[in-house]
Design a binder for this molecule. Sequence first.
Ligand code: G3I
Length: 400
Amino acid sequence: MKQTINPAMNRYRRQFLRRVLSTAALGLVSGAAMPTRLLAGTTSGTVQAGGLAGLFAGDFKLGTALSNTTLLAQNPDTEALVAREFSAITAENAMKWEEIHPQAETWDWQRADHFVDFGQRHKMYTIGHTLVWHSQMPESVFVDQHGRLRPAAEVQKTMEDHIATLTDRYHGKIQAWDVVNEAVTDSGEWRKSHWYNTLGEGYFARAFHLAREADANAELLYNDYSMHLPAKRDFALEQITRFRRKGMPVDGVGMQAHVHLDDPALAELEASIEAIAAAGLDVHITELDVDVLPKAYDYMGAEISTNFEYSDELNPFPEALPQKVADELAFRYESLFKLFLKHRDKIRRVSLWGTTDGESWKNDWPVVGRTNYPLIFDREGQPKQAYYSVAGLKSGTQRG
Ligand code: G3I
């Protein structure tokens, strides 16, 4: 039988060493013994009664995203797990425009109602995701039945009605809204979405004003991926600051944090945490996950229009995650949470994007049909080594 050496494995080794060096340089961990300790320990531990969120209660809220599968009660075990381990929830898909408001006069509240009810029952910090986004939009919002672009006044009215209806229904039950999602390109300019093309940059501030008019108390957030990129971060903060001076209500910025084992460097994330806080805004880590699979190309972030063809080489761990990569994942999570703890005064919340590996969007993006391991609970809902490495930062269960 022909044997092949998986070049990804050597790459992981190189990347791991690079990460160790960059983390040590940041002062987050110290000493040459560090990697050995991390690789040797934290494969198991004790799950505290208050879950992970209980351990971090004095630092920031700890959240997860609820998938439609969970919300439709096809997986009640996941609900129980979420209630035990987390203090914040985001609707992964249930409140997106095309799901909740698929046609002008049609609203589908089932999943979103269940989501909000779950948050109420468990007294969780509940995040509405998302009011204005370029993606998952019914085309009819922008284009009429003759294929012509609708006039600005009509689109603006639609936006106003959508925000008012959604925020009214859940008034007092949603603690934070992702008001605008992904409005800025990676190179630092406005995304040329239908929103922007029809309404100009004013749509951005208008959305925040509408959200505040509807709910005086909810925290209002701008949420985007790859916010570690200086050009993107700086442009976003410049616009937010400029609008804010003119009265736009905004409380925080969400760094989605769809990261890889080696990428971005902690220092890049840290610079953005500091920049957001320096602009007078709360930092929310909104969609954390760690991709452990080979990059199909040089991708980063979450541009969901991107997709690449499946190959077995791009899916090296279809059965189980090798111990070496599990070590690296645990180390990455531990390093990230050390960074978050270092900046606990700036960070309001850290949310993972999903609860168990099996339900993660990373199994299907940017390549459909892979087996990824980006979260801290495995496909059976059991805590992974990564869970214990994070918990160990607070409970002293880390061994080595
Ligand atoms: O709703 C249909 C359903 O009717 C149909 O049966 C099913 C069959 O494939 O598809 C369903 O829609 C899917 C939806 O998830 C709900 O499962 C879409 O095809 C699929 O594209 C969608 O993916 C979501 C993606 O956003 C696009 O909305 C992912 O689950 C979700 O994790 C991802 O989340 C985004 C954040 O909202 C914003 N930041 C980036 C992040 C990752 O892309």
